[in-house]
Design a protein around this ligand. Structure first.
Ligand code: CDP
Ligand code: MG
Length: 726
């Protein structure tokens, strides 16, 4: 019997889709919503994990994973040789045949929309074509990306293809990490960074071409950029028409992986749309017969089914976030132990933002002979990054998206069903090099009920950071901004109100001095407010520390087999005041042992996350010192109540009061909220609490929770609470 089946006595039954034989299909009942995760978010262990507790563990000699690459500085010869080797690859890409026509169209037109199958070479090749054609002569070619990981990875790849070390001709710039230099001719950057650059270079004069990539994703920032670059292009042209000598025209290229490009074209004065045909092999779609209650579990079982029954070829699993990816990584390693000796290893390769680049590079390297890789990714692997040798896709049908709950006015990350168009993109990843298989962990009925396309982020999310950016970029009339899709008026008004309460806007809606400073901070408005407040309250050191600690999912690891031990270890750091100070205590202890790895292991601290925290902290310290003109070492010593008051200045909207029945109700919206089991205030009753994050799963869970006194509220936000009571 199969190892995975033995492990939990269950099989994931897959039926073929309607395009092939449908005789094995069991029709399911009417409404079958996609499953939402229970394992990773609610903190309760799944049946599968529970059964693992009794499982025997065997120690094996040797390593299940290949060793990490050693990072050596390559010599110039090696770099040039590599570029030469890659030339063939470049010329074999589908886009290569369209090279000359792309160059011509971009030269002849102010705006061009380019649509092409994922992996056809848009992101890596088009900037190089434009560079080769001389378009970088009077400015850098910028390529914006919605995701940091993609910006880094693609820049590194293109630097290799161009044949210079990263940071020279090709660089990247993401929040907290800028390798680009004045000499960079091609620069990959997140859309957030480009918005930030607009603050100091209003006409983006350092750029000759701006390529807005992954336009189909319609993130909030890309949408704002659309409006900004459109207006900048016009302003630059007006200056040229007036005879300004030192201004050059701006070229705009929009790139998208999906066919619905008419909207982009219309918005950019009916720009020409170019379609690049890709190569695609057929992909057979298999839906589950029954809805799956826990997709992480089902993905695990399916991966082992593929591994033991199907021909060689790597597997790609789409999950929703880092926690889930790490969970499944561990499970795959544990179950791999039970494989018969004749079956090769199944090597999990996670990919997410907070990991070093050597680890990340592993996903692009072939699996050792006789083994199979299973890539665990979020929807970054949907269209941003193409991983070679994928023959099997496991689609959980879910992703995380930014949502905005207008009733309680809190931004949160929701796990939601994907759209049909995403499901098609995902399955397409299996057919790049050969015919493939896509295992959808949901029924065909469930697929039919998915939305055709995702709703643009601007229609769903908290607009505060966006409005702040717009205002700081000199656009005061945000309601009159040339949005491709206008955000809801109520959402706009709510955001304006929150920004007013945060004292970022004055009575007339103009940016205040505080607002100007907040717009420049590389963190969301409430955190920016905390940092500004910390200067007044003299606790900048603590504020920076805690914000850095909040930048990762969790610094604590809680392996399901050792949950009790982990809880006990955490007691040492637990503050009665809640999570903010618990995190701070942990950081202090971590510092006192200088980040010792053994100490981390013994105390169930995730050392990788901790290193990421330290990195963010370093950058925040630098930022506060350099750009913010603040003293990042100012500390409140042992008087830590001040720190909580300081956080309240940014998060007064995320507060809840204890009810007579022992539950908490949010002050704004009156929503019942439950303290997340991972919080140090779980099961504790306090008069009032504040929280950083609200997560919707089975309940409205709050995370990053601390106790406060209700009297602090009117001090923290006099405008808000004063006005509400009036
Ligand atoms: O942007 P688009 O999806 O059209 O394609 P691309 O990202 O430019 O990728 C073109 C090719 O480069 C694909 O075959 C990728 O697998 C390959 N590539 C790679 O081998 N290593 C990277 N780090 C990035 C891309
Ligand atoms: Mg691309």
């Amino acid at each position: 019997r199969r190892a995975a089946q033995q492990a939990n006595g269950k099989d994931t039954v897959l039926g073929a889709d309607s395009s092939s034989s449908s005789s094995s299909l069991t029709p399911t009942s009417s409404v079958t919503p996609l499953s939402t995760p229970s394992a990773s978010v609610s903190g309760e262990s799944t049946p599968l994990q529970q059964s693992k507790k009794q499982k025997r563990k065997i120690q094996f000699q040797g390593e299940a994973r290949p060793k990490k690459l050693i990072n050596k500085e390559p010599t110039t010869e090696i770099i040039l040789q590599k570029a030469k080797d890659l030339k063939k690859h470049r010329q074999s890409l589908p886009i290569y045949t369209a090279r000359d026509i792309i160059i011509k169209e971009v030269k002849d037109n102010a705006c061009v929309v380019i649509v092409g199958e994922t992996g056809s070479g848009k992101t890596t090749q088009i900037p190089q074509y434009l560079l080769e054609s001389g378009l970088a002569a009077y400015g850098t070619i910028a390529v914006t990306q919605p995701r940091r990981v993609a910006a880094i990875n693609l820049a590194k790849r293109v630097a290799e293809e161009v044949g210079t070390p990263i940071g020279q001709r090709v660089g990247y710039s993401i929040r907290f990490d800028d390798t680009s230099s004045r000499d960079s001719l091609i620069k990959y950057m997140t859309d957030g960074i480009m918005l930030r650059e607009l603050l100091s270079d209003r006409l983006l004069l350092r750029y000759s071409v701006i390529i807005l990539d992954e336009a189909h994703e319609r993130t909030l920032r890309t949408d704002i950029l659309f409006g900004m670059v459109k207006s900048i292009q016009k302003q630059r042209q007006d200056l040229i028409d007036k005879g300004k000598k030192d201004v050059q025209p701006l070229k705009i290229v929009i790139m998208s992986a999906t066919l619905d490009a008419e909207k982009f074209s219309e918005y950019f004065y009916n720009a020409k749309i170019m379609y690049i045909s890709g190569r695609m092999y057929p992909v057979k779609i298999l839906n589950t017969v029954e809805p799956q209650s826990d997709y992480v579990d089902s993905a695990l079982v399916t991966a082992f089914q593929i591994h033991q029954e199907e021909a060689p070829g790597d597997i790609l699993i789409f999950l929703t976030g880092q926690e889930e990816i790490e969970n499944l990584e561990k499970l795959i390693e544990e179950y791999g132990v039970d494989l018969p000796p004749t079956v090769g290893k199944l090597i999990p390769c996670p990919i997410f933002a907070a990991q070093d680049s050597a680890t990340q590079q592993r996903i692009f390297e072939p699996a050792p002979p006789g083994t199979r890789k299973v890539i665990l990714a979020t929807n970054i692997a949907e269209t941003s990054i193409t991983i070679p040798n994928i023959c099997y896709v496991i689609d959980t049908g879910c992703h995380k998206s930014r949502g905005y709950n207008a009733k309680i006015g809190i931004e949160s990350l929701l796990v939601e069903p994907i759209s049909k168009s995403s499901a098609r993109q995902r399955s397409g990843r299996a057919g790049r090099e050969a015919p493939g298989l896509c295992f959808r962990l949901y029924t065909e009925d469930a697929f039919e009920q998915l939305e055709e396309d995702a709703v643009p982020e601007i229609k769903r999310c908290n607009l505060e950071a966006a409005i702040l950016s717009l205002k700081a970029t000199g656009i005061d009339d945000v309601t009159g901004f040339d949005f491709m899709d206008r955000p809801s008026k109520s959402g706009m008004l709510r955001s304006l109100e929150h920004l007013y309460a945060l004292e970022a806007l004055d009575d007339e809606g103009h940016l205040t001095d505080i607002g100007k400073k907040m717009a420049a901070f590389p963190v969301d408005p409430p955190f920016a407010k905390v940092l500004l407040q910390s200067e007044k309250m003299e606790c900048t050191r603590e504020a920076i520390d805690i914000i850095s600690l909040l930048s990762v999912d969790s610094i604590f690891s809680a392996p399901s087999a050792k949950r009790e031990e982990a809880n006990e270890a955490r007691q040492k750091f637990t503050s009665l005041d809640g999570d903010h100070l618990t995190l701070l205590n942990t950081l202090r202890a971590y510092e006192s042992v200088k980040g010792d790895r053994d100490w981390c292991r013994e105390n169930f601290i995730n050392s990788r996350h901790m290193r990421h925290v330290m990195d963010v902290r370093k950058q925040l310290i630098e930022f506060c010192h350099r750009a913010g003109g603040m003293d990042p070492t100012k500390s409140c010593g042992h008087d830590l109540e001040i720190v909580l008051k300081c956080f309240l200045a940014g998060f007064f909207q995320n507060t809840a009061l204890l009810q007579p029945d022992g539950t908490y109700k949010s002050i704004i919206g009156g929503q019942t909220v439950s303290v997340h089991p991972s919080s140090s205030l779980f099961g504790k009753k306090r008069e009032a609490i504040m929280y950083n994050e609200l997560v919707f799963t089975t309940k409205h869970y709050i995370r990053g929770v601390s106790a406060l006194e209700s009297a602090w509220l009117s001090q923290a936000a006099p405008k808000y609470f004063g006005r509400r009571q009036a």
